[in-house]
Design a protein around this ligand. Structure first.
Ligand SMILES: Cc1cc2nc3c(=O)[nH]c(=O)nc-3n(C[C@H](O)[C@H](O)[C@H](O)COP(=O)(O)O)c2cc1C
Length: 188
C-alpha cells in the first residue's frame, strides 16, 4: 500500500557512503517529473551532485552549519529550483504555483526514494544566494529545497542530538485539527 511507504519516509540523518545507482537517480527524477503542475508549466528544475564533484562541496558549503554536519555524508545532494515566471500569449507572468508545484514534485521524488530503499532529507536551511551563485541559477528561478538522498547508514554513529531526533516519535497534528468536513470549525 502506498500509505505504508509514505509512513516509512522520515527525514533521516544517517547515510551510508554507498553511491546511489544512476538508474535509481533517474527514477527519482522521473517520479518528480510526473507531478501535476498548474497549466502543466512544470516549473521544477533539479541540479544534483555526488561527492566526486567539486560542486558537491559547494552545495554543502551553501547549507547552514546545522545541516552541513550530516548532509556532507550523503552520497547525493539534489537542489530543487522553481521557475518563477512563465510565458503566456507573449507576456511574462509570475507563476504563483511555482513553489507549490516544485514541492509536489519533491514529494513524489522522496516517496520514490523510499520505494527504492533510499532515505531522503529535505532542507530549507541554506543560503539561496550562495546556491544561485555556485550553480549559476538564472534570475527567473529560485532554489526551493536541497534534498539529501542515499542509502540508510548506521544511526549508532550519529551525534547524540541527531540520534535522538531521528528516533523520536513522529509528531503530527490530529487529523481533526487540519481536516474539516464542510465548514471551518469555530474553535480554531
Ligand atoms: C521545506 C522544508 C525545509 C526543511 N528544512 C530542514 C532543514 O533545514 N534541516 C533539517 O534538518 N530538516 C529540514 N526539514 C525536515 C523537517 O524538519 C521534517 O520534514 C519534519 O520535521 C517532519 O519530519 P519527517 O520528514 O521525518 O516526517 C525540512 C523539510 C521541508 C519540507
Amino acid at each position: 500500500m502506498l500509505l505504508a511507504e509514505i509512513q516509512k519516509r522520515r527525514s533521516e540523518f544517517a547515510f551510508s557512503p554507498k553511491l546511489v545507482e544512476e538508474e535509481k537517480i533517474n527514477a527519482l527524477f522521473e517520479a518528480a517529473q510526473l507531478a501535476p503542475s498548474s497549466m502543466n508549466i512544470q516549473p521544477w528544475r533539479y541540479v544534483y551532485a555526488t561527492p566526486a564533484s567539486s560542486v558537491f562541496e559547494k552545495i554543502v558549503a551553501a547549507l547552514h552549519n546545522g545541516n552541513q554536519r550530516w548532509a556532507k555524508d550523503a552520497p547525493l545532494l539534489i537542489v530543487s529550483v522553481a521557475q518563477k515566471e512563465y510565458e503566456f500569449n507573449g507576456n511574462i507572468l509570475q507563476n504563483r504555483y511555482a513553489w507549490h508545484d516544485t514541492g509536489m514534485a519533491n514529494a513524489l521524488l522522496m516517496i520514490q526514494a523510499t520505494h527504492l530503499g533510499l532515505i531522503s532529507h529535505p532542507m530549507g536551511g541554506f543560503s539561496p544566494e550562495a546556491l544561485i551563485d555556485t550553480l549559476q541559477i538564472p534570475s527567473s528561478y529560485e532554489p526551493v529545497a536541497v534534498i539529501a538522498v542515499g542509502y540508510p547508514g548506521d544511526t549508532q554513529n550519529l551525534p547524540n542530538d541527531l540520534y535522538e531526533r531521528q528516533n523520536r516519535p513522529r509528531i503530527r497534528m490530529q487529523l481533526s485539527h487540519v481536516c474539516f468536513y464542510e465548514t471551518w470549525p469555530s474553535n480554531t
